[in-house]
Design a protein. Structure first.
Length: 324
């Protein structure tokens, strides 16, 4: 069992070595990343020293998470073509290929089923290096909200610390969202090819049936990760950087960890991740439709009253000019 677990860990390491590079997981994107939100959410996070992470399939993209279905189906066709061209008509190898593809298709179907039934949940904090984007103002705050500029280093350090204390209930991933379809396909295709070749190289060391039994779990991790970081190119102007928590639930029952807020006339499930210290706020931008003169003074007074040192935080209004 320990040898098999080690084998699967090696497979996971192979995947994340490539996936992590594709989404820039080991890179420092910017000093400050911005989170666009409405006033109630902004004040709720500040008052409770917490990060609010929205349930993935309630975000503004109606294809959120399930977009991977179309990418994966096409990539599996490309994968089969690649294996055929590279290995020819080797009967035994073709059996391995068919088994590999079958397990991947099964995992994809199961992933979509689990997302639909909420057995697999993804909670997302959406960030961007763009401090003043008209697209984001309207998508996430109706033009009159706020964005919070977080210190990337401090925020990520706190997220990593929290994820270690959460045990196995939640797992965390973070990185840049990929919008180019070709890059999405190549990322997934390369991962599958590397995984398949690794299995072939070590086929004689492990029992095939026992390895095959573990493959769906591995494929589910691949599909879940890609579903988080692959989005349709129509959203590329958002320049999104994501921090996501994932977890599995055995049944669709009540859960005290899940909270609810209203936005755009609907109810949004979210989780509140409480930080040990105050939020690592470096900047606050006021939305373009908020033309009230005292808005800036109100934010500064509010932050001071909550113990935030204004010598380390700047507050400004959007430079976009809008009447309505």
């Amino acid at each position: 069992m320990a040898e098999q677990d080690s084998f699967m860990q090696q497979l996971q390491s192979l995947f994340w070595k490539y996936m992590g590079r594709a989404i820039g997981q080991t890179e420092r994107p910017h000093d400050i990343l911005y989170h666009y939100t409405n006033l109630d959410s902004f004040m709720g996070m500040i008052d409770n020293r917490s990060i609010w992470m929205s349930k993935g399939n309630f975000l503004n993209d109606s294809g959120e998470l399930v977009y991977i279905h179309h990418i994966a189906r096409h990539v599996l066709e490309l994968f089969e073509q690649h294996i055929n061209q590279k290995y020819g008509n080797d009967v035994e190898l073709l059996k391995c290929r068919n088994r590999f593809v079958g397990k991947m298709r099964w995992a994809l179907s199961k992933f979509l089923h689990e997302i639909h039934l909420d057995h697999l949940e993804v909670y997302v904090l959406s960030l961007t290096p763009n401090q003043d984007s008209l697209t984001l103002w309207y998508n996430y705050s109706g033009g009159d909200g706020y964005n919070i500029g977080f210190s990337y280093d401090k925020l990520l350090a706190e997220i990593n610390r929290l994820s270690e204390n959460m045990g196995q209930e939640f797992s965390v991933v973070y990185g840049n969202v990929l919008y180019e379809k070709e890059k999405q396909e190549q990322t997934l295709l390369h991962s599958l090819i590397r995984s398949f070749e690794f299995l072939l190289q070590h086929r004689g060391q492990f029992d095939d049936d026992e390895i095959a039994a573990k493959l769906p779990t591995y494929f589910t991790e691949i599909i879940t990760s890609c579903s988080i970081f692959f989005k349709h190119e129509a959203f590329k102007n958002e320049e999104e950087y994501r921090i996501a928590f994932t977890r599995r639930r055995k049944a669709n029952t009540g859960d005290g960890k899940v909270l609810f807020r209203s936005a755009n006339g609907i109810i949004i499930p979210y989780i509140s991740i409480e930080l040990k210290e105050k939020l690592p706020v470096r900047h606050v931008t006021i939305g373009p439709k908020n033309n009230i003169d005292i808005a800036k003074n109100g934010v500064e007074y509010y932050l001071r009253s909550r113990g935030y040192p204004l010598e380390n935080i700047t507050v400004s209004k959007s430079v976009v000019s809008l009447r309505y």
